[in-house]
Design a binder for this molecule. Sequence first.
Ligand SMILES: Cc1cc2nc3c(=O)[nH]c(=O)nc-3n(C[C@H](O)[C@H](O)[C@H](O)COP(=O)(O)OP(=O)(O)OC[C@H]3O[C@@H](n4cnc5c(N)ncnc54)[C@H](O)[C@@H]3O)c2cc1C
Length: 334
Amino acid sequence: MAGKKERSIWVFGDYRDYFENRVTLQLLSRANELAGKIKATVAAVVFGNNVDEWVGEYIAHGARKVYVIEDPALQDYSMETYSILMERLARKHEPEIILVGATTFGREFAPKVAKKLGTGLTADCVGLDINKEGLLVQMAPSFGGNLLAEIVTPVHRPQMSTVRPGTFQEIPHDNQAAGDVIRVPLPRDLPKDRLRVISAKRWEQTGQRLEDAKVVVCGGRGMGSRAKYKKLFELAELLGGEVGATRPVVYSKWVDEEALVGQAGKQVAPEVLFSFGVSGAIQHTAALSEADFIIAVNKNANAAMMKMADVAIVADAGQLCTALIRELKDRIRH
Ligand SMILES: Cc1cc2nc3c(=O)[nH]c(=O)nc-3n(C[C@H](O)[C@H](O)[C@H](O)COP(=O)(O)OP(=O)(O)OC[C@H]3O[C@@H](n4cnc5c(N)ncnc54)[C@H](O)[C@@H]3O)c2cc1C
C-alpha cells in the first residue's frame, strides 16, 4: 500500500436545517453501497463552528471518516470560503467521488468546487450507480424530464454530483458506529471573503409549501409589473393555493427565489395550476409534469404554455387576474 492513496467517496456535510434536510444522510447511505463496489472508504466533510454534533451524526449514519475544519470564522455557510476549503482538501486527498445534496447551497457550492478542480459535475441526480468499469453512473433527468441521462466522468477526477433530496433512504442511526475524525486547521492564507453576513433571519414558511400545494398560481413576465404580479397572492389566497414564479420574475425581484418553479427551482404537483403570462420554456415546464390540470392565460395563443394547457385563455394576464378575484369575492359574498 506504500504510496498508494486510499480510494474514497466524500459526502459534503450540509447540516443546515438538519431535521428537515436529510440529504447528507441519504447520500452517506448510498455512498456506502457504492463504496462496496469499488472498495472505497466513505468520508463526510464538515466545515463550520461547533460541529461535533454533526460529526457524530454522520458517523452514526455511515461515515467511516470525517474531515473537519472547525473555526469561529466558519460559523456562517460561506460559498467562497467553503468552496476553497473543499478544493484544497480534495487536491490533497484525491477522493474518487464527491457527492453534494442538491439543496439551495449545494447547487451553487458543488459547481464552484468542480470548476476549481477542473472536473465535471452532474447536477440534480436522481440515481447513482457504479458501472463495469468502476465509474460513477450519474442519472439525471434531461430534455425537460423526458429522458433520464446516464452520465459518466471517464477522465477527470473527482467524479462529482449533486443529488436531489429524497432520492435515497438514510441508514438508521447507529450509536455503536465508529469513525475516524480528521481535524484540519483552518488555513491562514484564505482570501478575504467578499461577502460579509451582517445578520441572518430565518425565512418563515407561511402557509403550505409550494411543492405540496393543491392549487398553484404561477406568474411570468407577462404579468407586466411587480404590482400586478402581487395580485396573484390575493387570487391564490381566495383559491387556497400558493404562488409560483418564472425566472424573469425572480430576477426582477417581484418575489423571492423561494417561489421559482422550474429546473432551477421547485417541482410542483397541484391538482390545478394557473399560469399567467408564462411563455412555457422547457426549463419552467420541466417542473409541471405532475400538475393534473393546467389553465393558462396568455395574450399569445401560440405560446408553448398555452399548447400544453388543458384550458388556454387568450387575454391580458393582469386584467384576467383582477376579474377572477372580483368574481371569486362576489361568490363568497353571495
Ligand atoms: C439553465 C437555465 C435554467 C433555467 N431555469 C429556469 C427555471 O427554473 N424556471 C423558469 O421559469 N425559468 C428558467 N429558465 C429561464 C427560461 O428559459 C425562460 O426564460 C423563462 O421561464 C421565461 O419566463 P417567462 O415565461 O416569465 O417570460 P417570457 O419568456 O418573457 O414570456 C412571457 C410570456 O408572457 C406573455 N405575455 C406578455 N404580456 C402579456 C400580457 N399582458 N398578458 C398575458 N400574457 C402576456 C408573452 O406572450 C409570453 O408568452 C432557465 C434558463 C436556463 C438557461
